[in-house]
Design a protein around this ligand. Structure first.
Ligand code: ADP
Ligand code: MG
Length: 663
C-alpha cells in the first residue's frame, strides 16, 4: 500500500504582532491510500490548520508536504488548484454551500472548473444526490434544506470530481445525532469503496469509525494509533486509486497567459451564467451601478445624434441655396471683433462690383438693430436695408406686391417688404398687408411686398425678416454711411472661384488693403463641418469623462462585491477554481454590467430620438447611425473590461484559507 500524503518536519506559523506563533510544530505524518483517519484534539490545537495544508489550501512555513511523491512546495497556484479540484474533496463543519445556488448547482460547481460538459455534469450531480437520498431536493437552495441534508449536498460536491481524498473538518459538528450518524455511515461507505478519508472530530464515538486515530495537542502529534483489525486485511482486499496526482510540474504562468482560454465558449458561458445569477441577486444595486453607464451612453448617443441630424438639415438647406452667391463682409472672418469698427465697405464698392463680367446682380446690405411695431403689436425681427436687386440675388419670390424699384432706393422711400413669417405674426387673420404702415426704429414705412416662404440657410425657419431700401436705412434710420455687407449673385455660367478672385482683387485695390472677407455657400458648408467636428470632439471629451465616472462606479461596486463574496470565492477556490477562473468570473460580471448598461443607454437614446421626432417642430431628427450603436456597445465592453480588471484581480489574488474563513 503506497504512501499517499507525506508530511515531514512540517511547521506552520502565523504572524502575531511582531513575533510569530507556531500552530503546527514538527509534524511528521504519513497517510496511505485508502486509509480512514480521524484527527482528534482540543479546540485550537491546529486540526483545521493541518487539514488546510493537507488539502493544499494552505502552505507550510517549513518542512515538506508531498502528495503521491510530489512536493507541493514546487507547485504553482494553478497546479494546487488542479490538485484540489481533481484529488481532494472538502467537507466543512458549516457545509460552505453557496446560498444562491440550488443543491444541484452546488454539486456541479467543481465539475465546471474541471471542464466537464453541462449534460455530463447534470447527470453526475443528479446521480450523486440521488445516491445520497436527495433525489427529491435537486432544486432546493441550501436555506431550504436541513443541516443533515446540506451536509449530504456538500459530500456530493466533494465526490463530484472523484474525491479520492475526502477531507472532512468536523463534518458532524453542527448536526444532530441522527444526521451525524447518517453522515458517518456515508463516509464509511466511501471508505469501503476505496476513498481515503481524513476526518477531524472531537467526538470519540465518531473517531471510533476510523482505522487510525491521530491525536494532536498544541500543534504536535501526540498519539497515532492504528486499529489492528482493519488495516492490513481490509486494505489488501480494496483496490484504492493510488494513481499519482494529475499536476504536471509546468513552468510558472504569468497571469496574462490565462487569457489564452478566455474565449473557450463553454467556460465563458458558465462564467456569464454565474455573473447573471450574481446580478439577479442584487437587482437594485446592479441597476444603480449601471446608471452611470446608462446615462453616459444615452447622453452621448443622443447628443451626437442630434448634432448629426441638425448638421444634415443645415447642409441640405445650404444646397437648396445654391452655390452661386458670394457675401462680402468687413473684418478677417467670422467672429472678428474688430469688424464693427471697419467702415470702408461702401455703396461705391457695390456699384464697382456690378461692373464685373461674371456678376449677375449685387445688393448692398445694411443691418439695423431695432424693434418693429404694427398697431399695438411689438415684434422682434431682423431688419435689413437692401438694394433693388436683393430679392433676385437671394432668390426670393414675392407672393404679394413687389420689391423695391430703383426709384425707391434712389429717393430713400419709406417702403418695406416683409417675409411670410412676419406676415403671419402681424396679420394672423390674413388681412391685407399691402399699404399698411409699420414702424421701424420710430420711422413709419409702408408695406409694399410680401415674400413667399423659403427655407433659410441656418435651418431656422421661424425668424422674421423685414427689408427696407438701404438708402432709407442709412440716412433715415441708422445715420450710417457704410454697409454691413454686400451680396453678389454670380452668373450661372461663371466659376465661383474666378468670381471670388475677381471681387477680392477689385476690393483690395479699391480699399488699398484687405479689410474684408468673402464667403460663399461652400465656405459656409466648410465652416459648419468644422464647427460640428469641434462640437463632436467636445462632446466626446465630456462623454469620456462621464463614462470614466461610470466606469469608476462599476469598479467601486465590483470591489464591494468582491469583499462581500470573499467567502464564496474561498469556496470556489477550495473546490478547485483557478485564479484565472475567479478573474474571469468577476471580469465577465463587470463587462456584462457595462454591456447591459450600455444597451439600456442606447435604447434610452433611441426612445429620446423618437420622442424628439414626435414633439419637435424643427422638422429635423436625431440620426443614430450603426457606427454610433457599435461604438456605444464597444465602449461599454471596454469600460467593463478595464474597470473590472482591478476588482477581478483582487478577487483572484485572495488567499483561499482567509477567504474561506470569512462568512
Ligand atoms: P482547531 O481547528 O484545532 O480548533 P485551528 O487549526 O483552527 O484549530 O487553529 C489553531 C490555532 O491557530 C488557533 O489558536 C488559531 O487562533 C490559530 N490560527 C489559525 N489560523 C490563523 C491565522 N490565519 N492567523 C493567525 N492565527 C491563526
Ligand atoms: Mg477547527
Amino acid at each position: 500500500m503506497s504512501d499517499l500524503l507525506v508530511l515531514s518536519d512540517l511547521w506552520r506559523e502565523f504572524p502575531a504582532g511582531d513575533s510569530t506563533v507556531a500552530v503546527l510544530r514538527e509534524v511528521n505524518l504519513t497517510i496511505r491510500a485508502g486509509e480512514m483517519v480521524a484527527i482528534m484534539g482540543p479546540s485550537g490545537s491546529g486540526k483545521s490548520t493541518l487539514m488546510n495544508i493537507l488539502g493544499c489550501l494552505d502552505k507550510p512555513n517549513r518542512g515538506t508536504y508531498r502528495v503521491a511523491g510530489k512536493n507541493t512546495a514546487d507547485m504553482q497556484p494553478d497546479e494546487l488548484a488542479q490538485l484540489r479540484r481533481e484529488y481532494f474533496g472538502f467537507i466543512f463543519q458549516r457545509y460552505q454551500l453557496l446560498g444562491d445556488m440550488t443543491a444541484l448547482g452546488n454539486v456541479e460547481m467543481p465539475a465546471i472548473y474541471a471542464g466537464l460538459s453541462a449534460p455530463n455534469r447534470h447527470a453526475r450531480a443528479k446521480a450523486l444526490l440521488e445516491r445520497l437520498g436527495l433525489g427529491e431536493r435537486l432544486g432546493h437552495r441550501p436555506g431550504q434544506l436541513s443541516g443533515g441534508q446540506q451536509q449530504r449536498v456538500s459530500i456530493a460536491r466533494a465526490l463530484m470530481n472523484g474525491g479520492k481524498v475526502i477531507l472532512a473538518d468536523e463534518p458532524t459538528g453542527a448536526l444532530d445525532q441522527a444526521s451525524g450518524r447518517e453522515v458517518m455511515t456515508i463516509l464509511k461507505e466511501l471508505h469501503a469503496q476505496g476513498h481515503t478519508i481524513i476526518l477531524v472530530t472531537h467526538d470519540a464515538h465518531v473517531a471510533q469509525h476510523a482505522d487510525r486515530i491521530i491525536e494532536i495537542r498544541d500543534g504536535r502529534i501526540v498519539a497515532d494509533q492504528r486499529k489492528e483489525s482493519s488495516t492490513t486485511t481490509a486494505t489488501a482486499i480494496r483496490t484504492p486509486d493510488t494513481s499519482p496526482p494529475p499536476a504536471q510540474g509546468s513552468a510558472p504562468r504569468p497571469w496574462w497567459q490565462h487569457w489564452g482560454n478566455w474565449w473557450q465558449s463553454q467556460a465563458l458561458l458558465e462564467a456569464a451564467q454565474m455573473a447573471v445569477r450574481a446580478m439577479l441577486g442584487h437587482k437594485l444595486r446592479t441597476l444603480l451601478t449601471m446608471l452611470g453607464i446608462i446615462i453616459g451612453i444615452a447622453s452621448v448617443v443622443s447628443v451626437v445624434g442630434l448634432g448629426e441630424g441638425s448638421k444634415q438639415k443645415v447642409l441640405s438647406n445650404i444646397s437648396s441655396l445654391g452655390t452661386n452667391t458670394i457675401s462680402i463682409m468687413p473684418g478677417k472672418g467670422f467672429g472678428d471683433r474688430t469688424a464693427g469698427r471697419i467702415r470702408t465697405l461702401r455703396n461705391r464698392d457695390a456699384i464697382a462690383i456690378r461692373q464685373l463680367d461674371y456678376v449677375d446682380s449685387v445688393t448692398p446690405v445694411v443691418t439695423i438693430s431695432s424693434g418693429l411695431r404694427y398697431r399695438d403689436t411689438d415684434v422682434s425681427a431682423s431688419i435689413s436695408g437692401v438694394g433693388e436687386d436683393f430679392f433676385r440675388v437671394r432668390g426670393y419670390t414675392l407672393e404679394q406686391g413687389q420689391g423695391f424699384s430703383t426709384e425707391s432706393v434712389r429717393r430713400q422711400m419709406l417702403e418695406a417688404v416683409i417675409d411670410s413669417n412676419t406676415y403671419k405674426s402681424l396679420f394672423p387673420y390674413g388681412d391685407e398687408a399691402l399699404g399698411q404702415v409699420i414702424v421701424v426704429d420710430t420711422v413709419p414705412v409702408v408695406i409694399v411686398g410680401v415674400t413667399a416662404p423659403k427655407s433659410s440657410p441656418m435651418g431656422n425657419d421661424d425668424s422674421l425678416n423685414i427689408w427696407v431700401p438701404y438708402t432709407t436705412a442709412m440716412s433715415r434710420m441708422t445715420g450710417r454711411d457704410y454697409l454691413s455687407s454686400i451680396t453678389v449673385r454670380i452668373n450661372s455660367k461663371a466659376s465661383s472661384a474666378a468670381a471670388e478672385q475677381g471681387i477680392y482683387d477689385l476690393l483690395a485695390q479699391r480699399h488699398g488693403k484687405v479689410d474684408f472677407f468673402l464667403m460663399n455657400s461652400d465656405s459656409i458648408r466648410q465652416t459648419i463641418e468644422e464647427t460640428s467636428m469641434t462640437i463632436t470632439l467636445l462632446i466626446s471629451a465630456i462623454a469620456f469623462i462621464s463614462l470614466l465616472v461610470g466606469g469608476i462606479g462599476v469598479m467601486n461596486i465590483m470591489l464591494v462585491s468582491v469583499t462581500e463574496r470573499t467567502g464564496e470565492i474561498g469556496i470556489r477556490m477550495a473546490v478547485g477554481a483557478r485564479q484565472s477562473d475567479i478573474l474571469r468570473q468577476f471580469l465577465i460580471e463587470a463587462t456584462l454590467v457595462c454591456i447591459i448598461g450600455g444597451t439600456m443607454g442606447l435604447l434610452l437614446a433611441l426612445g429620446a430620438g423618437l420622442a424628439f421626432a414626435y414633439f419637435s417642430s424643427n422638422n429635423f431628427s436625431m440620426v443614430i447611425s450603426t457606427t454610433a450603436v457599435a461604438g456605444a456597445l464597444g465602449v461599454s465592453t471596454a469600460i467593463g473590461m478595464i474597470f473590472g480588471l482591478l476588482p477581478a484581480r483582487s478577487a483572484a489574488k485572495l488567499d483561499p484559507v482567509e477567504a474561506l474563513a470569512r462568512p
